[in-house]
Design a protein around this ligand. Structure first.
Ligand code: NAI
Length: 327
């Protein structure tokens, strides 16, 4: 029997938590032979803690063979103690009349102490995925607050956008999603992100050439992927949760266990493609041996360069708004 891996999930009583925890416990994220210990964080609020207890009761009732034990807590130092993987899902949603700057600030108040706690008590090899929005900048805040860990251990979720893009292209070309390869989502997990089909492939051929419809790429594909979150809220009356949880599982599984495909991940920029260091930027990555590597050597056309510049600018503005939290 393998040594159990400890997985922290914040916002564990929320919508995404409810779609995520059962799949982690069943082995879909870390492998069907990998026991797990779940360390679940929620706010101290009585209602949230009670809801968390309810979710833990249901996890008990699944009798998952791989779920070795679990703890529910409102103390970040308990939740992150010795964890191998931390999924930071809990975040402050935008309230009525709240400006983007206020939202960034309110989330800073969550991600500074959580990053600090991760730096102090998590495994030295912890892998952190930030799902809670604004995910890229929250990941940057947590990364800067975590002392003694490498920046490369902090990532933000672009995988939902990536999976959305795969399906749009598969449906447009009448192929299976598994025929679509080398998809990439560049920049921020926001409406400025740039989903790139010019370097993607469908059944071994260039995707943009196969689609052969620039108007669809510019006027339908890109805005559909960029604004899919809002479209789900409009249709469902609630934000995407099951698909977000699914993307989190995909992101961590491929990071830990490796993948033969390109995956999109928000990672600290190393200067690749002229993106300055010090922001968490969506790039195509390959994964192997528990590490990711940014795909190098992609040549962008002027259209793509302009889109990437816009999403870079937004991330730089977000960073400027919370610069005082990064000291
Ligand atoms: P939700 O509101 O249902 O659940 C969030 C949970 O987090 C709540 O139970 C809340 O009590 C908890 N929470 C808040 N602050 C916390 C803290 N400091 N520590 C621990 N727990 C805390 O929201 P949902 O639908 O689960 O979404 C969570 C986040 O994920 C949101 O920020 C949402 O915008 C984001 N999201 C990100 C996506 C991505 O692709 N990166 C996709 C979909 C959602």
């Amino acid at each position: 029997m393998k040594k159990p891996m400890r997985v922290a999930v914040t916002g564990a009583a929320g919508q995404i938590g409810y779609s995520l925890l059962f799949r982690i416990a069943s082995g879909e994220m870390l492998g069907k032979d990998q026991p797990v210990i779940l360390q679940l964080l929620e706010i101290p609020d009585e209602k949230a803690q009670k809801a968390l207890k309810g979710v833990m009761m249901e996890l008990d009732d699944c009798a998952f063979p791989l779920l070795q034990s679990m703890v529910g807590t409102s103390d970040a130092n308990v939740a992150f103690k010795d964890v191998d993987v931390a999924l930071l899902v809990g975040a402050r949603p935008r309230g009525p009349g709240m400006e983007r700057k206020d939202l960034l600030e309110a989330n800073g108040a969550i991600f500074v102490p959580q990053g600090k706690a991760i730096g102090e008590v998590a495994s030295r090899d912890v892998k952190v995925l930030v799902v809670g929005n604004p995910a890229n900048t929250n990941a940057l805040i947590a990364m800067k607050a975590a002392k003694g860990l490498k920046p490369s251990q902090f990532t933000a979720m672009m995988r939902l956008d990536h999976n959305r893009a795969l399906t749009q292209v598969a449906q447009k070309t009448g192929k299976a999603v598994t025929d679509v390869k080398k998809m990439s989502i560049w920049g921020n997990h926001s409406a400025t992100q740039y989903p790139d089909v010019f370097h993607a492939e469908v059944a071994g051929k260039n995707a943009a050439q196969t689609i052969n419809d620039q108007a669809w790429i510019e006027g339908t594909f890109i805005p559909t992927v960029q604004k899919r979150g809002a479209a789900i809220i409009d249709a469902r009356g609630l934000s995407s949760a099951a698909s977000a949880a699914n993307a989190a599982i995909d992101h961590v599984r491929d990071w830990v266990l490796g993948s033969s495909e390109w995956v999109s991940m928000g990672v600290p920029s190393d200067g690749s493609y002229g993106i300055p260091e010090g922001i968490i930027f969506g790039y195509p990555c390959t994964t192997a041996n528990g590490q990711y590597t940014i795909v190098k050597g992609i040549e962008h056309n002027d259209f793509a360069k302009a889109k990437i510049a816009a999403t870079q600018k937004e991330l730089e503005e977000e960073r400027a708004a919370i610069a005082h939290l990064l000291k």
